[in-house]
Ligand binder design. Structure first.
Ligand code: DGJ
Length: 726
């Protein structure tokens, strides 16, 4: 049993792999946090009660004792209006208009296996779960705090479920998922910010007095900030220091806030963004919030990343695909953009015959009247002008070459110039009598409406069910504006962003589950919706529209802070690169693209026999490490955010095998000598490294290291393969 309750001290002990999480119910019924970190014994931790008193503290309501104050207790959840002035986790407007809440202990239950998909939201599977029932006895407002731990991964999963057990409606002004109190020490906050084609750039700032907050107001988890935040002990590195990481299983507007109070307490809270949010809870209703997956490591940022990777691979990503060999695709997007015919596509497919590429993916432009990005979205029938006779001809051709066929969709979108818009203008999100904002000339469909969702599911399924399609790329190229849903009551319009997420999950579930053999890749103008909720449906996600190998070192490094390599789709594209104009060698482009499920995205119709031979050897090189990429442990040693180098080693779980990829951005004359060191190996095992022509102990490879012979020019990569020998 990993969850235990000590009746005497009213303390809950939750133990996961190498982690303990402890809280107790104090004299006032407040759920007081005690500890989260490395595994500890089940001691009475009441001695950690805050010592000393501060003036100007509001007492627990009705208790005129100076030492009692909700503001002073490390909290499992903080609520507003009754003495706690820190960032609240929840704020409610009660029937009388007051905003007071006092969520105190009512009861608990321990569930051997976690209830799955509460509120139809994607979530982590399995795991023993504690449900702590907290109640405001005056209003009947209830908060169930769910905690899940696993024996084999170092994360705790938390979420709140808010319920109205009173007799009158209330409004949730804020309904975050969790609060996490941390020991009082100096921390830095790490976040992943970005933009289109520059996703998930690592940033660290000190956490002082006040807040560090990131959010999305885009009804998408967004390019701008990933729904992730880590609090690191000051100076933590990839391999040392403590790291507490929070990753929200959520795809819509979110917020994450770290706070340092004047008395030195530190805390993170967050969930659904409360900006432009109000949720009406009628009597008897509940709101299930997104899960927060919280990883802990005392082995620095790298340890935290590996905890997330293991947790997502074991308990989040679809079992049908998580450990299966991924398709190696040729995608026509950068090869043709919208300018293709069936004949042209056939030539691209012919171009890769014999290379080991096993899936042809037809990207945007095959449907409706879609010759550029101004029209056609929403009309999911084949563009007969480009593809006379439909999709069957190209599918037959591709299958005849021994390859699978994949197809691009953008199910959530609509162009004004489409049959769908002409017949259902109200399907597009917008406010009557106001012009809508365009983005890439398109609007977003109102997924909060059941009829719109049914249209999407039926039209996408119709194509999937009537063709031999084995792979789908699900794109989403813009964010919501003019949030409003025709037909919904005015007092429920501020529920829009969360209702959009629920609608999105509904169509993902229905389309993915009714096509169980189809492999789905997520995408959002590159990696604009790279979050755990999307990973629940789509085992891999297109990491970025920036396919330049140099830029990819940063994007992939940042993405790997939270997400496993197996989730990061990476393609080799042509040079000069279409996004940056930079020319890198094919060897470098391939090596960087091998740090995730790999593929190609170029006009292969022009391939010569030499090109095919080269691509074949690249595919073989990828296949040789593909198990490591799917299942291995990632160790980052040189960060492209810190200098000229990028080095990552991926080690098999049994530590018998590893691959190291090291990259030097700029060459120079009379360069400094660069020493690289492997990480994550077994010190006592001996590894043969063909590229060094030597067999060395893991301890030597990790501590002494070696000096790579980078290619003479800029943007050079060297790859090392390490295999245990007796
Ligand atoms: C954005 C995606 O990231 C690209 O890969 C491509 O599919 C385009 N959309 C197509 O419109």
């Amino acid at each position: 049993m990993s969850i235990k309750f000590c009746e005497k001290t009213k303390t809950f002990f939750l133990d996961g792999k190498n982690i303990s999480y402890v809280f107790s119910i104090n004299n006032y019924g407040f759920a007081e946090h005690r500890y989260f970190g490395k595994t500890i014994g089940h001691d009475d931790l009441s001695y950690t009660d805050t010592v000393g008193q501060q003036s100007n503290m509001a007492t627990v309501p009705g208790v005129d004792e100076f030492s009692s104050s909700y503001h002073r207790y490390p909290a499992e959840i903080s609520f507003f209006g009754t003495g706690d002035y820190r960032e609240p986790t929840v704020e409610v407007i009660n029937a009388s208009g007051d905003r007071l809440t006092e969520l105190l202990y009512d009861s608990y239950e321990i569930i051997p296996v976690k209830p799955h998909k509460l509120g139809n939201m994607p979530s982590m599977k399995g795991g023993e779960t504690l449900v702590l029932h907290l109640k405001d006895k005056i209003t009947g407002f209830v908060c169930d705090l769910h905690y899940t731990v696993y024996d084999d991964v170092s994360v705790i999963v938390k979420r709140a479920v808010y319920k109205n057990e009173g007799n009158t409606s209330m409004i949730l002004n804020r309904a975050y998922s969790f609060a996490l109190s941390l020991p009082e020490t100096d921390y830095e906050v790490m976040t992943l910010h970005g933009a289109w084609a520059r996703e998930r750039q690592v940033e660290r700032v000190p956490l002082g007095h006040g807040t560090v907050s990131i959010d999305s107001k885009r009804t998408s988890s967004s390019h701008t900030f990933n729904p992730f935040m880590a609090v690191l002990t000051k100076g933590a590195t990839e391999s040392s220091g403590e790291a507490y990481g929070v990753s929200l299983v959520y795809s819509s507007s979110f917020v994450l806030t770290a706070e340092g109070t004047s008395d030195g307490q530190k805390r993170i809270t967050g969930g659904i963004n409360d900006f432009d949010f109000a949720w009406k809870l009628d009597a008897g209703e509940e709101l299930v919030t997104p899960e927060a997956v919280i990883a802990y490591s005392c082995e620095g940022i790298g340890g935290m990343s590996r905890a997330f990777h293991d947790a997502f691979r074991s308990y989040l990503i679809n079992d049908r695909f998580v450990n299966t060999k991924r398709p190696i695709v040729i995608n026509n997007w950068e090869g043709t953009y919208f300018d293709f015919t069936t004949e042209k596509l056939k030539k691209i497919a012919d171009g890769v015959v014999g290379t080991g590429i096993d899936t042809f993916v037809l990207d945007d432009g095959w449907f409706g009247i879609r010759n550029n990005d101004r029209s056609g979205l929403g009309d999911w029938f084949v563009n007969e002008e480009k593809m006379p006779g439909g999709l069957d001809e190209i599918i037959k051709h591709v299958n005849g070459l021994g390859m699978k066929f994949g197809l691009w969709f953008e199910p959530e979108m609509i162009n004004e110039d489409s049959d769908l818009f002409r017949s259902h203008p109200d399907y597009a999100i917008g406010v009557l009598n106001r012009p809508r904002s365009y983005c890439r000339h398109q609007y977003v469909l109102d997924l909060t409406r059941a009829d719109v969702r049914d249209y999407i599911v039926e039209s996408v399924n119709k194509i999937l069910k009537s063709h031999n399609i084995e792979y789908v790329k699900w794109d989403c190229n813009r964010n919501v504006t003019e949030s409003f849903s025709f037909g919904r009551e005015p007092e429920r319009q501020a529920e829009f962003a969360h209702r959009y997420a629920l609608g999105l999950y509904d169509i993902c579930e229905r389309i993915v589950e009714s096509n169980p053999k189809v492999f789905f890749e997520g995408c959002s103008g590159g990696g604009g919706r790279f979050d755990p909720a999307m990973l629940y449906y789509f085992p891999q996600i297109w990491t970025s529209d920036d396919t330049d190998a140099d830029e990819r070192t940063k994007i992939q490094y940042g993405t790997s802070v939270v997400y496993p390599l197996s989730s990061m789709s990476c393609h080799v594209s042509a040079v000069p690169n279409h996004q940056t104009g930079r020319a890198t060698t094919e060897a470098t482009r391939a090596a960087i693209a091998h740090l995730g499920p790999t593929g190609y995205e170029l006009d292969a119709s022009a391939f010569t026999d030499d090109d095919r031979i080269r691509v074949k050897s690249e595919v073989e090189a990828y296949n040789a490490i593909s198990e490591l990429i799917l299942k291995g442990d990632l160790y980052r040693t040189d960060s492209p955010f810190d200098g000229n180098f990028f080095t990552e080693t991926v080690v098999s779980k049994d530590k018998c095998e590893a691959v190291m990829i090291t990259y030097r951005c700029l060459a120079g004359v009379n360069n400094e000598i660069k020493r690289v060191k492997a990480a994550g190996l077994a010190p006592d095992k001996r590894y043969f490294v063909p590229e060094l022509g030597r067999t060395l102990f893991g301890s030597t490879l990790m501590n002494v290291g070696w000096t790579p012979n980078y290619p003479r020019n800029d943007f050079g990569c060297v790859v090392y393969h390490l295999r245990e020998v007796e």
